[in-house]
Design a protein around this ligand. Structure first.
Ligand code: C2E
Ligand code: MG
Ligand code: MG
Length: 260
């Protein structure tokens, strides 16, 4: 089933993890009212000496199919935790960093235990850690899943649903999951320019979130126009190129220096 290119990539990815060739970039999340940064999202970057820069949308599916995704997810959690501590020491900032966890990894029975080990080993404050899971992780609605999310909450972590609105899942699951934040998928934000019905969609998602006592992050905000509409509809947080692209750690240090 796997073609040659995918197999080659899998081999390279395996090496990349074990030789520490992956990198995390960080994109700020901004409070729409105060324009202040409230935290950031960690996003994987992989540069291969032969294949060049490979976007996560290409290699994450391969990692999922091959089972490498659990190693990758744990690497990301550990790396992000250490970075949180580094920034805290350097700038005295308590920034919350969100990590993307793919459904396959999240569904692993040992996910929580392994996470606990990472928290203990790095000594990160769990309140500084946020987990982003896509709607796909929520599709198989059951007690076990709810318990898992509750356990994460009990540990002190924050939970977001990523790419909200794209999962075609039933809305009825939402009220039963103790999640903190909905992230409106960029496809909704980008389409707001095409008229009122698309704005109505975004507005409806924001209302839904607030009715369920959740916060909202709009993903992929690129323009002043988008920002203004989101403000008007009481969206709390935004993320996107309008404020900043995902930044390498050294670029982020510069960003923090400039925004002190
Ligand atoms: P995501 O979690 O929804 O991340 C947001 C994506 O939108 C990122 O793409 C980000 O660079 C991009 N983005 C942010 N602002 C803008 C904007 O204003 N305009 C546009 N056009 N794009 C914007 P990226 O980094 O390529 O990641 C793509 C997806 O790959 C992520 O979507 C996530 O699903 C996955 N991914 C990335 N890092 C990880 C990771 O560490 N673990 C897992 N499991 N998945 C990851
Ligand atoms: Mg995300
Ligand atoms: Mg997203």
């Amino acid at each position: 089933r796997m073609d040659h290119r995918a197999l080659e990539m899998e081999t390279k990815l395996y090496k990349a993890i074990h030789q520490d060739l992956l990198e995390l970039h960080y994109q700020p999340k901004i409070d729409i009212k105060s324009n202040k940064m409230i935290g950031m999202e960690a996003l994987l970057r992989w540069h291969d000496s032969e294949l060049g820069q490979i976007p996560p949308n290409k290699f994450i599916p391969i990692a999922e199919e091959s089972g490498l995704i659990c190693d990758i997810g744990e690497w990301v959690l550990r790396k992000a935790s250490l970075q949180i501590l580094q920034w805290k020491e350097q700038y005295g900032l308590n920034l919350r960093v969100a990590v993307n966890i793919s459904p396959t990894h999240f569904e692993e029975p040992c996910f929580i235990d392994r996470l606990k080990i990472i928290i203990e080993e790095t000594k990160v404050d769990p309140k500084s850690l946020e987990i982003e899971i896509t709607e796909l992780s929520m599709m198989h609605y059951n007690k076990e899943l709810i318990n898992k999310i509750k356990k994460l909450k009990d540990l002190g972590l924050t939970i977001s649903i990523d790419d909200f609105g794209t999962g075609y899942s039933s809305l009825s699951y939402l009220k039963n999951f103790p999640v903190d934040t909905l992230k409106i998928d960029r496809s909704f934000i980008v389409n707001m320019i095409d008229g009122d019905s698309n704005i109505a969609m975004v507005s409806a998602i924001i209302s839904l979130a607030h009715a369920l006592k959740m916060n909202v992050v709009a993903e992929g905000v690129e323009t002043e126009y988008e920002l203004e509409i989101l403000k008007k509809h009481h969206c709390e947080f935004v993320q996107g190129y309008y404020f900043s692209k995902p930044l390498s750690v050294s670029d982020f240090d510069r960003f923090l220096e400039n925004n002190r």
